[in-house]
Design a protein around this ligand. Structure first.
Ligand code: F6R
Length: 606
């Protein structure tokens, strides 16, 4: 998730406005930044790696002249954080500048085509193809808006772009597909940005562009065209009464809730991960004599889900291990044939890095999955995948968990195909289910928010809570426990449902709250047995199960029906109501959902 912004005024310079707006977007990404303006029919570009203020103190953004410009703050996806990879990106003749937020799926094909036409690329980014594509269309006589229109029609993936061109220094052309874009309207001045935070200081009147809109923005007016039809359309502006704080959170009261809501988008982005990276990791996973999935906290819970996926889909045994236990438990037995697959949102967790250092010293192969390009994990892993979820500000992991699971599912499917372990039909069915995920998640957020908010009033008063699930839902139970416990400060227990009778059941007394995670899979009939055991001892049963499961609904004191989904993807669907529950419980208790006490986003101590 990067941030883009732009500004055009009738008279005067825009550098100051762009710099201010960019700083408002810094929370969307902060590994590099840049601004480009047009002055005297030439592009001025200043960009570098680092935080916006660090770059400003080196390059001074404020002395840039020009009445129009675009700017970008980056969260690297394609290409490491560096000066050449920082936006804006230019065409060969340095007349066109482009900033982009999103991920292009077909940039390699486009880049090859453009290189064959002698375009010179300077960066490793997917974005740069856009500048060269526009250049191609300008060469054959199109004007800027036509050239942008033709270019974006060729792009597959997500994008919000802003383009300026020295040949038409009276406009900014913007376009979007899946990545957000908003236009701010003021007299003789228009702003564009990834979100309202960047422009709320200058105007409260805005137009939210819709998917596949293109817009030609001048100081006086805004024209909007549908990318697919080329037809002009009218989009109504609206007056926002947001504060700056609300705008930074896109109108949500907290980052945690915003990030829960972002999951349909972040899962979609994870599904776009390039095949070559999936192939590379699949190769390593297939080659290992033994494979350990090493991580901490929520990422460890993702590893447990992954171990079920790898085993059931690809018939590959993997061992999920808590990073801080790895050396003591397995350190002495690993060696050159061992593969360590490390999962870490931040890529900086000390427990994970210490385990990896040790494993490297024993000549094991390290591969990784992380959300942060340039993190230590990306530097020490032989190969890694970036989850493309954008910065997560809430301390509790939400969107990065479901995007980790999405990547693990993609890997398990690849591995299954490579190892020839499942039928074509099974693979196709799984692939189809993966494609449905973003919409399913969107529905689940919608259908569960109200009943969960209601339930949280009661749940916030519990003194302790049990979470039970069988099979892959055991991992969901662990993650539900972690979210609810770390945010509400209520002690919670999670167990495989089948194991509960071997001890934990003695905790149960009249009215004790037990949450069951019970999708309609192979484990369901045994889960019903566990529900009966708990009920018989007076537990109050809260159950999340299939929307069509009448039997479970009747057995439960409280029931939330969720859409059917492939059993291996059920944790992605079933964890959502628990994220919401944890959030609403903090609200009930008057706690800060974004900053639970005693915790840090990245734990860099052992
Ligand atoms: C829980 C949470 C933590 C992290 C853990 C590992 O909501 O956020 O448990 O999952 O500290 O962090 P990463 O994934 O950055 O290694």
């Amino acid at each position: 998730m990067c941030g883009i912004t732009g500004c055009i005024v009738r008279e005067g310079d825009v550098a100051n406005i762009l710099y201010n707006s960019l700083k408002r977007l810094e929370y969307r990404g902060y590994d590099s930044a840049g601004i480009s303006t047009i002055y005297d029919n030439k592009l001025i570009v200043k960009k570098d790696v680092g935080k916006i203020d660090e770059i400003h103190s080196k390059l001074n953004f404020l002395d840039m002249r020009g009445n129009l410009g675009i700017a970008h703050t980056r969260w690297a996806t394609h290409g490491a954080p560096s000066k050449v990879n920082a936006h804006p990106h230019l065409d060969c003749e340095e007349k066109i500048a482009v900033v982009h937020n999103g991920v292009l799926e077909n940039f390699l094909e486009l880049r090859q085509e453009l290189e064959a036409r002698k375009h010179i690329f300077r960066s490793k980014t997917d974005t740069e193809v856009i500048a060269h594509l526009i250049e191609e269309y300008l060469k054959i006589g199109k004007n800027l808006s036509e050239a942008v229109l033709e270019s974006v029609r060729k792009l597959r993936g997500s994008f919000a772009i802003a383009v300026i061109y020295t040949g038409e220094p009276d406009k900014i052309v913007v376009a979007r597909n899946e990545s957000p874009l908003v236009i701010g309207l003021a007299k003789d001045m228009k702003l564009i940005a990834s979100d309202v935070a960047a422009l709320i200081e200058y105007t409260k009147e805005v137009i939210f562009l819709q998917n596949r809109d293109l817009s030609i923005v001048t100081p006086e007016k805004v024209e909007i065209i549908q990318i697919d039809t080329g037809i002009k359309i009218d989009r109504k502006s609206m007056e926002l009464n947001w504060t700056l704080d609300m705008a930074t959170k896109s109108g949500f009261p907290h980052f945690l809730l915003k990030e829960i809501y972002e999951q349909p988008h972040t899962i979609r982005e994870a599904l776009r991960i390039q095949e070559k990276y999936l192939d590379l990791l699949t190769e390593f996973l297939d080659r290992g004599r033994e494979i350990f999935l090493v991580a901490s906290g929520t990422s460890h819970n993702a590893c447990i889900v992954g171990s079920y996926m790898f085993s059931k889909l690809a018939r590959l045994t993997t061992y999920p291990v808590i990073a801080s236990e790895f050396i003591e438990n397995y350190g002495s037995s690993i060696g050159i044939d061992t593969v360590i697959f490390a999962l870490s949102q931040s890529g900086e967790t000390a427990d994970v890095l210490t385990a990896l250092d040790y494993a490297r010293y024993r000549a094991a192969t390290i591969i990784g999955l992380t959300n942060v390009l340039g993190s230590t994990l990306t530097r020490i892993a032989r190969a890694y995948i970036l989850q493309n979820a954008g910065p997560e500000i809430g301390v509790a992991a939400t969107k990065t968990f479901t995007s980790q699971l999405t990547v693990l599912a993609l890997l398990a499917l690849r591995l299954a195909r490579k190892r020839g372990k499942i039928s074509q039909n099974e693979m196709d069915e799984f692939q189809d289910e993966l494609r449905r995920l973003p919409n399913l998640v969107e529905n689940v957020i919608k259908l569960s928010e109200k009943p969960i908010a209601e339930l949280s009033k009661e749940a916030a008063r519990f003194s302790s809570i049990f979470f039970l699930g069988r099979g892959i839902s055991y991992a969901t139970a662990l993650e539900a426990r972690l979210k609810v416990m770390e945010l509400s400060y209520i002690p919670c227990i999670a167990y495989p449902a089948g194991e509960s009778k071997h001890g934990p059941i003695s905790v149960i007394e009249e009215g004790y709250p037990v949450f069951f995670i019970a999708p309609n899979d192979n484990t369901r009939k045994h889960v019903i047995g566990n529900v009966m055991e708990m009920k018989a001892r007076g537990a109050k049963i809260y159950c999340l199960g299939d929307e069509g499961d009448r039997e479970l609904r009747e057995l439960s004191d409280w029931y939330l029906g969720l859409p059917s989904v492939h059993e291996l993807l059920s944790p992605i669907i079933y964890v959502i109501p628990f994220q919401l529950l944890a959030y609403y419980m903090t609200i009930e208790k008057g706690l800060d959902p974004d900053k639970p006490r005693n915790l840090a986003k990245s734990v860099t101590v052992l």
